[in-house]
Ligand binder design. Structure first.
Ligand SMILES: CCCCCCCC/C=C\CCCCCCCC(=O)SCCNC(=O)CCNC(=O)[C@H](O)C(C)(C)COP(=O)(O)OP(=O)(O)OC[C@H]1O[C@@H](n2cnc3c(N)ncnc32)[C@H](O)[C@@H]1OP(=O)(O)O
Ligand SMILES: Cc1cc2nc3c(=O)[nH]c(=O)nc-3n(C[C@H](O)[C@H](O)[C@H](O)COP(=O)(O)OP(=O)(O)OC[C@H]3O[C@@H](n4cnc5c(N)ncnc54)[C@H](O)[C@@H]3O)c2cc1C
Length: 730
């Protein structure tokens, strides 16, 4: 049981827990959404803990193939229980609570992720969001009971961000009432879909729809890709694993290439558009971007995912900081817990408040998402652009902040935080990917900026805007508004903070004790203060500049400001009578600027002398026009070698102290540029992306094909675990 005291707990941890100013159980209930939800969560957790197989050998010590097989074994066991639990649930709310609990508990079994992640996270949501009612009735039960295992293949080798640029084609053939899928180029190969490499037998494929010779843009299709009995890839497609990556190592991300692969007409997911038997295209959607719906849903989910992952990282770091003692503050006294260092608290506490900021905002965002969905069911898509802007913005910021905060948690654990067994590296690898997938950080912020600029135009025209962006209208003074994209984006960050404050205050306003309210208020204030300090510059509502003032009174303002300086409040500063100020020459940063200049001067003089001798020869050989095209690194190498050798020649007759100084200058020049140009000095990049010939897609595919999992068409875990599971014989 959860609250049973555990023997042998570290004394420092016990002491910290004793010092807690509030009832932990009360906070747990708040996070779970109520006492009943906490009880239900624990019931499910205990049941899973009793029935789930744990790893005997740590996951990270296995080979890539063993890791995958182990992940399939555990996924099958977990999902067997999950499917049974889901079948007992009747209400939508219970189902969402259960899914959340299963998602959370699954992390106890996977340091990496399950190969079923995309099935649960995107395949099922896309069926719900993109299929017609009849299609939902057919596909949903199969997917929910895991009779089929699916994934979501949108990204291609050549395009991920720019969806309209996808190249896979689905051409309707009215004679056979089928679509023909093709990958016309190497860059059109589907790439990245999780679970595609070895596990999935179905796949949502996003392709350009052609009918009657016209292209109607990208549409989702649901496609069987492997034989249900033998698991062999179907004829007309090539499928495999893309190769090792930073994290997601057990997600078997895959590639998929089509060659005249035929699928029935009703493979098109027909909620928002249909193709009739005769090939007529019928648009149903009221908004052209409704086919992007699953991405919005997952972006919303990711806010809570980030709260969860950061909560794990910061729990690890805080507990360890209570246990870890380091350094001698006072002679003969015990070393302090590292948690007591203010600098350590600075690393940790902002992460704690960030977890709550994300979780409260996520609860609110999910509610907003469901409200917009409900409106759209009745044909009202007015709130969709704002939901897109909001989910894009919050997804971008929370994934970015979360991976940075997890990195801080790792720093807070010193060397041991670098151990895989600390779980911090895996948490980092998982979350840093979220900054890229489901919409790259920069790209999503630009989508939000686009929305804000359009809103601003409406404000200027005096038109009404939604409550979320009404603050734009409150800035009557143009000077107060920073129009740069960064300013706009950061203004939106401030709103996220505002949501957190109002939501956290609302959530703790009933029932909860004063102790919890105090803690939540402190966390909320910490989060707001932290970001106010981090972004002080953005919060200044005028330009605060003597040079950029509206009236152009530059010199008057410079003088006014100068006179305000405290140094001008007394005619003679006391340092006149006391110690002199240091010379700027004594600052290391100043020396850094100057010494390299001196070294360069010598280098250039030596090289110039040498160059003079050979200049005529070089110009006659290369032609004057070509000499200036010598690459920078070549020039740098010449400076270095000439400086080095010429200096040696000329210093031999000098006195020893001068020789030493000049030699130091040579070394300084060489080291400085070695550090500055580290990147250029690495001759062997060992990279598929950075090869000299730019054959990026060819190399990615060549590497993927070398991948050991691709040496066998069907992995043995299919026969051992997957097949008996799918067929209900496990
Ligand atoms: C045990 C149980 C467990 C269960 C639960 C598990 C949970 C675990 C959690 C998580 C698991 C999931 C793991 C996922 C793994 C990764 C999956 C993937 O990565 S799948 C690929 C994602 N790919 C992208 O996200 C591409 C990003 N690109 C885009 O989204 C678009 O292409 C974009 C937005 C960049 C540009 O799209 P344009 O070129 O078509 O549009 P433009 O021309 O720029 O804009 C036209 C108009 O459309 C609007 N627009 C664009 N997107 C919209 C949208 N989505 N909705 C509404 N409007 C949109 C724009 O705002 C603009 O509006 P105006 O003209 O200004 O009014
Ligand atoms: C672990 C992982 C799992 C994934 N799983 C799946 C999956 O299951 N299914 C799937 O379909 N996809 C999946 N993806 C793919 C993922 O969705 C894409 O990688 C992501 O959307 C980014 O697209 P991209 O790779 O084309 O990057 P690019 O768009 O090529 O980005 C490269 C750089 O260009 C910049 N850039 C691009 N466009 C613009 C612009 N308009 N303005 C300014 N800067 C720009 C970006 O900011 C970035 O710095 C996965 C990716 C990862 C890493």
């Amino acid at each position: 049981m959860r609250n049973k005291p555990i023997a042998n707990v570290n004394a420092d941890l016990l002491k910290e827990r004793k010092n807690c100013s509030f009832d932990i159980e009360e906070l747990t209930n708040l996070i779970d959404g109520g006492k009943n939800q906490t009880a239900r969560r624990r019931e499910i957790e205990n049941m899973l803990l009793k029935n789930m197989p744990f790893d005997i050998i740590p996951e990270e010590c296995l080979s890539a193939k063993e890791k995958y097989e182990n992940a399939v074994r555990k996924s099958v066991a977990l999902n067997k229980i999950g499917v049974e639990l889901v079948s007992q649930v009747t209400k939508a709310k219970e189902l969402s609570d259960l899914t959340l609990t299963l998602r959370r508990v699954s992390d106890a079994y996977f340091r990496e992720v399950t190969p079923f992640l995309l099935h649960l996270g995107m395949f099922i949501p896309t069926i719900l969001g993109q299929c017609s009612d009849e299609q939902v009735a057919h596909w949903l039960p199969l997917a929910m009971q895991l009779k089929i295992i699916g994934t979501y293949a949108q990204t291609e080798l050549g395009h991920g961000t720019f969806i309209r640029g996808l190249e896979t084609t689905a051409t309707y053939d009215e004679r056979t009432e089928e679509f023909v899928l093709n990958s016309p180029t190497l860059s059109s190969s589907k790439w990245w879909a999780g679970g595609l490499g070895k596990t999935a037998n179905h796949c949502i494929v996003v392709a350009q729809l052609y009918t009657k010779g016209e292209c109607y843009g990208t549409h989702p299709f649901i496609v069987q890709i492997r034989d249900m009995d033998t698991h062999m890839p179907l004829k007309g497609l090539k499928v495999g694993e893309i190769g090792p990556r930073l994290g997601f190592q057990t997600a078997d991300n895959g590639f998929l290439v089509f060659d005249n692969f035929r699928i029935p007409r009703d493979s098109l997911m027909m909620k928002h558009a249909k193709v009739l038997k005769d090939g007529t295209y019928v648009k149903i959607a009221r908004h052209s971007k409704l086919t992007y719906g699953t991405m919005i849903f997952v972006r919303v989910l990711l806010v809570s995912e980030m709260a969860f992952n950061l909560s794990k990282a910061v729990t690890i770091a805080v507990r360890y900081s209570a246990v870890r003692r380091q350094s001698e503050l006072k002679p003969n006294e015990p070393e302090p817990q590292v948690l007591d260092y203010l600098t350590q608290q600075h690393k940790l506490f902002i992460s704690i408040s960030t977890v709550y900021a994300f979780q409260f905002t996520s609860n609110w965002l999910m509610k907003t998402y469901h409200t917009v969905q409900a409106n759209m069911k009745h044909g009202n898509t007015d709130a969709l652009p704002e939901l897109h802007a909001l989910s894009s913005c919050l997804k971008a910021i929370c994934t970015s902040d979360c991976s940075a905060a997890i990195e801080q948690c790792r720093f807070a654990c010193g060397g041991h935080g670098y151990m895989i067994s600390s779980n911090l590296p895996s948490l980092y690898a998982f979350t840093t990917a979220t900054r890229t997938y489901e919409g790259d950080y920069t790209v999503l912020l630009l989508q939000t900026a686009r929305f804000l600029v359009k809103t601003w135009e409406q404000v200027e025209l005096g038109n009404a805007v939604t409550p979320m962006v009404a603050y734009l209208a409150r800035h009557q003074n143009r000077e107060a508004w920073d129009e740069s994209p960064e300013g706009i984006i950061r203004a939106f960050e401030a709103i996220a903070a505002g949501v957190y404050q109002t939501e956290s205050v609302r959530s703790v306003s009933f029932g909860q004790s004063d102790a919890i309210k105090d803690v939540m208020k402190q966390l909320s204030d910490l989060y707001l203060l932290y970001w106010s300090l981090e972004r002080t510059g953005d919060l200044l509502t005028t330009l605060k500049s003597t040079l950029g003032s509206y009236d152009g009174r530059v010199y008057e303002r410079l003088m006014e400001e100068a006179l305000k300086s405290p140094l001008n409040q007394e005619p003679v500063n006391e340092s006149f009578h006391n110690e002199p100020e240091p010379q700027v020459m004594d600052f290391v940063s100043q020396q850094h600027k100057l010494f390299i200049g001196i070294a360069s001067y010598y280098s250039y003089s030596m090289t110039a002398l040498w160059l003079w001798d050979i200049l005529t020869k070089v110009t006659s050989e290369l032609g004057v026009g070509k000499t200036d095209r010598l690459p920078e690194s070549h020039g740098r190498a010449v400076f270095m070698s000439v400086f080095n050798s010429e200096m040696e020649k000329s210093v031999s007759s000098l006195s020893a102290p001068l020789q030493a100084v000049l030699r130091q200058l040579v070394e300084l020049y060489l080291y400085y540029w070695t550090l500055e140009k580290r990147g250029d000095l690495l001759l062997v990049l060992q990279s598929t992306l950075g090869s000299y010939d730019g054959r990026v897609y060819e190399r990615l595919m060549e590497e993927a094909l070398k991948n050991p999992p691709n040496k066998e068409p069907v992995n043995e875990s299919f026969h051992k675990y997957l097949k008996p599971f799918i067929q209900g014989k496990l």
